[in-house]
Design a protein around this ligand. Structure first.
Ligand code: AHM
Ligand code: MG
Length: 340
C-alpha cells in the first residue's frame, strides 16, 4: 500500500489532539467531506445541465434540475442533519437558522455555519467555486440549537475549512492546530493528504481586489493599491493583480503563493460585502493558523462581535506583511468610522 493518507484516516489520527473528544467533531468533518464530494460531482457536470435537462427543468432521471447553490445547500443540510453531531445550521442561503430537531440533536454539541457554494456567479464560466464552513460549540444546553448559538466570536470556532472545486478539488481545514489540505482523488473517491501543515508566505507579490470598484474604495485602500503598483526593485514592486471573484479561490491561491485579498467597505456597500459568520471568520481562522493575518482594515476579524447571522464585514486577509502594510494605509488615510 502506498503512503497515501485519506481524510478519514487523518481525522482519526488527529482525534488524540483533543483528549476529551468523543469523536463528534471528527464525524462532523467526515459528514462535510461526504457532502462536498456530492457537490463536487454536480459542480463538475455544471456545463451539462442544459443538455441533460429538459428546458432546464428536469434532468435525465426526470428529477428537477436545481441551481447548484441550492443543490449544495441541500446536500450540506442533509449530511449534517443525518450525522447527528449538530443541533443547528446557518447557511448563506437561509434567512434564519435551521434547527435540527431529532433524537440525536438534543445532545449534539455543535452548530455549523456554511456558505454552500461561494462564488457561484462563476459557475457557468467553469471558474473555481467553493464551500466554506465554520463549527462552534453550542452555547444552549439542550434541544435543537438557536440563533444565539451562532452569535459567537470567530475566536470561538473549534474548526473551519473550505472546499475548492477547481482544476482539482481540495478540502482545507483547521481545528486550531495548523492547516492541512487534501486533494480529491476521483479514481478512488477519497480526499488524500496532499498539503500537510500549510504555511502562507510572510510576504507576497499578489494583490486581489475588485478594482472596478476603485472609485468607491476608502482612501486607505486606494493608496495601498497605488503603492502595490509603484516600481520599487527592493520590494519587488509592482505586484501582480489577480482577482477571480471567488473568495475561496483567491484566498487559496494567496495561501500557497503569498498575497493579500481585500474586500473593503465601499461607498455603495458601507459594511463590505462578505459575511462574517460563514465567509470571513472561517477564512480568517484558516489563514491565521497558516501564519497569516486577517483584519477588517483596523482590527482582527476573529474578535469582531457578531450581532446577526448575516452580518457583513470588510476583509483584508493574507500574508502578514502585506496585510500589515494595508492596515498602515488604512490608519493613515481612512477613518476608523469605516470600521464595522
Ligand atoms: P456570493 O456568496 O454571493 O458568491 O458572493 C461572495 C463572492 C466572493 O466569493 C467574492 O470574493 C466576491 O463575492 C466577489 O464580489 P464582486 O463581484 O463584488 O467582486
Ligand atoms: Mg458567499
Amino acid at each position: 500500500m502506498s503512503k497515501v493518507k485519506t481524510l478519514g484516516q487523518f481525522i482519526i489520527e488527529k482525534q488524540s489532539d483533543f483528549p476529551y473528544a468523543k469523536g463528534e467533531l471528527s464525524r462532523l468533518l467526515r459528514d462535510i467531506g461526504i457532502a462536498s464530494k456530492i457537490i463536487n460531482r454536480e459542480v463538475s457536470k455544471a456545463g451539462l445541465a442544459d443538455i441533460l435537462g429538459e428546458a432546464g427543468e428536469t434532468n435525465v432521471q426526470g428529477e428537477q434540475v436545481k441551481k447548484l447553490d441550492l443543490f449544495s445547500n441541500e446536500q450540506m443540510i442533509a449530511a449534517l442533519t443525518v450525522g447527528g453531531e449538530c443541533c443547528a445550521m446557518a447557511s448563506e442561503e437561509n434567512e434564519d437558522i435551521i434547527p435540527i430537531d431529532n433524537a440525536q440533536s438534543a445532545t449534539a454539541r455543535y452548530v455549523v455555519a456554511f456558505d454552500p457554494l461561494d462564488g457561484s456567479s462563476n459557475i457557468d464560466a467553469n471558474v473555481s467555486v467553493g464551500t466554506i464552513f465554520s463549527i462552534y460549540r453550542r452555547t444552549s444546553l439542550s434541544g435543537p440549537g438557536n440563533t444565539a448559538d451562532f452569535l459567537q466570536r470567530g475566536t470561538d470556532q473549534v474548526a473551519a475549512g473550505y472546499v475548492i472545486y477547481g482544476s482539482s478539488t481540495m478540502l482545507v481545514y483547521t481545528t486550531g492546530k495548523g492547516v492541512n489540505g487534501f486533494t480529491l482523488d476521483p479514481s478512488i473517491g477519497e480526499f488524500c493528504l496532499s498539503h500537510p501543515n500549510m504555511k502562507i508566505p510572510n510576504g507576497g507579490k499578489i494583490y486581489s481586489i475588485n478594482e472596478g470598484n476603485y472609485v468607491h474604495f476608502p482612501d486607505g485602500v486606494k493608496k495601498f493599491i497605488k503603492w502595490c503598483q509603484e516600481e520599487d526593485k527592493p520590494s519587488k514592486r509592482p505586484f501582480s493583480s489577480r482577482y477571480i471573484g471567488s473568495a475561496v479561490a483567491d484566498i487559496h491561491r494567496n495561501l500557497l503563493y503569498g498575497g493579500i485579498f481585500i474586500y473593503p467597505t465601499t461607498s455603495t456597500s458601507p459594511k463590505g460585502k462578505l459575511r462574517l459568520l460563514y465567509e470571513c471568520n472561517p477564512l480568517a481562522f484558516i489563514v491565521e493558523q497558516a501564519g497569516g493575518k486577517a483584519t477588517d482594515g483596523f482590527g482582527r476579524i476573529l474578535e469582531i462581535e457578531l450581532n446577526s447571522l448575516h452580518q457583513r464585514s470588510p476583509l483584508f486577509i493574507g500574508s502578514t506583511e502585506m496585510v500589515e502594510r494595508a492596515e498602515e494605509f488604512m490608519s493613515k488615510y481612512s477613518s476608523v468610522e469605516l470600521k464595522n
